[in-house]
Design a protein around this ligand. Structure first.
Ligand code: AMP
Length: 326
């Protein structure tokens, strides 16, 4: 699929001596894995080129994949190809110098709400951008080199963004490409230890959320983590945000939401669902995202309550009109 487009992208890569790779702010496993995996593939293939991975923020959860590169000068940007991975909109790019690049390529699997760049390769049905990078490598496997580290980065993003291959976006092709990465000799036991092991304190935080989370009349599970709680459990913003996943396996709770108070007192909203889409609800609260995973922002506890009430009524209607949900 999109063979001509991939060919154009490879040709732009081949024509630049300096390439800068970047991703979205608050990076997740897919954003980190895809950028690091692509960087390694290009470094192995083109040792004469300068390949940098530059982002303004990092993920401590993904720290085991190693650090990024330092910011470069404006002059470097002026002669560089910028490759933006996993980022739907220009303002979500985690790089203050994003406008300075000579040429920009967007590679993404989000809804293409805001096209940007000189070349765009967007496939919404892909389970992750890492899957697209694996596909890119496989398409040109006679020209592009890969090693165990590149494959591990890519596999990490495929595993995390597909919910361990459980989300609906997971296709036969996802598994074939994941297999191609495993064939590079990934140490899966160490990788999963990095992804799953948690500190004792974090378990206590999880226990607190499970103890105190709430359920709306029609089954929306939700939790609010204010700054006091974040201090009490010594949580990073990333750890606090991860609480949304604690509520994902409650029978009948087809929507679950974590509200996390930010430093500036706004409240980050992380919405998740199964069977029914929640991105329209997120859009109502200055957010958006995928059908089953969206984000938004609210500005007060009143607005928080209004969002829960809207989610509850959405779920009520869905349960009344549909069968077979769990
Ligand atoms: P999160 O809960 O932050 O991981 O977000 C889930 C999905 O929703 C991600 O794919 C984001 O791209 C998207 N998303 C999060 N926040 C926003 C926002 N404010 N506007 C549009 N999309 C968002």
């Amino acid at each position: 699929m999109n063979e001509a487009l991939k060919e154009r992208i490879l040709s732009r890569i081949e024509q630049h001596d300096s390439i800068i790779i970047t991703r979205h702010t608050r990076p997740d496993g897919d954003a980190v894995g895809s950028t690091k995996g692509l960087k390694r593939i290009l470094e192995l293939t083109y040792p004469e080129k300068t390949i940098r991975l530059i982002s303004d923020d990092q993920s401590s959860y993904m720290g085991f994949l190693g650090p990024d590169d330092p910011q470069a000068s404006d002059e470097v940007y002026a002669q560089s190809l910028l490759i933006v991975l996993d980022t739907a909109t220009f303002d979500r790019i985690s790089n203050a110098k994003r406008s300075l690049a000579k040429e920009t390529i967007k590679i993404d699997h989000h809804v293409d709400v805001e096209p940007f760049g000189d070349i765009e390769w967007v496939e919404e049905e892909r389970s992750s951008v890492c899957e697209m990078i694996a596909d890119f490598w496989q398409t040109f496997s006679d020209r592009l080199k890969i090693d165990t580290f590149a494959a591990s980065c890519i596999y990490t993003g495929m595993v995390t963004d597909s919910g361990r291959f459980m989300f609906p976006g997971t296709s036969g092709q996802t598994m074939r490409l994941a297999g191609a990465m495993l064939d590079q000799g990934i140490d899966v036991q160490t990788l999963y230890a990095h992804l799953y092991l948690e500190d004792f304190e974090y378990y206590k935080f999880k226990a607190d959320i499970l103890e105190n989370m709430k359920l709306s009349p029609n089954g929306v599970a939700y939790t609010y983590i204010d700054r006091d709680m974040q201090r009490r459990f010594k949580l990073t913003a990333e750890q606090a945000s991860s609480s949304v996943s604690f509520m994902e396996k409650i029978r009948g709770s087809l929507i679950w939401i974590a509200f996390i108070e930010n430093e500036d007192a706004t409240i980050r909203v992380r919405l998740r669902s199964r069977f029914l889409p929640i991105n329209k609800l997120a859009e109502k609260y200055s957010g958006g995202g995928h059908a089953n995973a969206s984000g938004a922002t609210v500005h007060s506890e009143q607005e928080l309550a209004a969002l829960v009430a809207d989610a509850d009524s959405l779920l009520k209607d869905y349960k009344a009109d549909n069968e077979g949900w769990l």
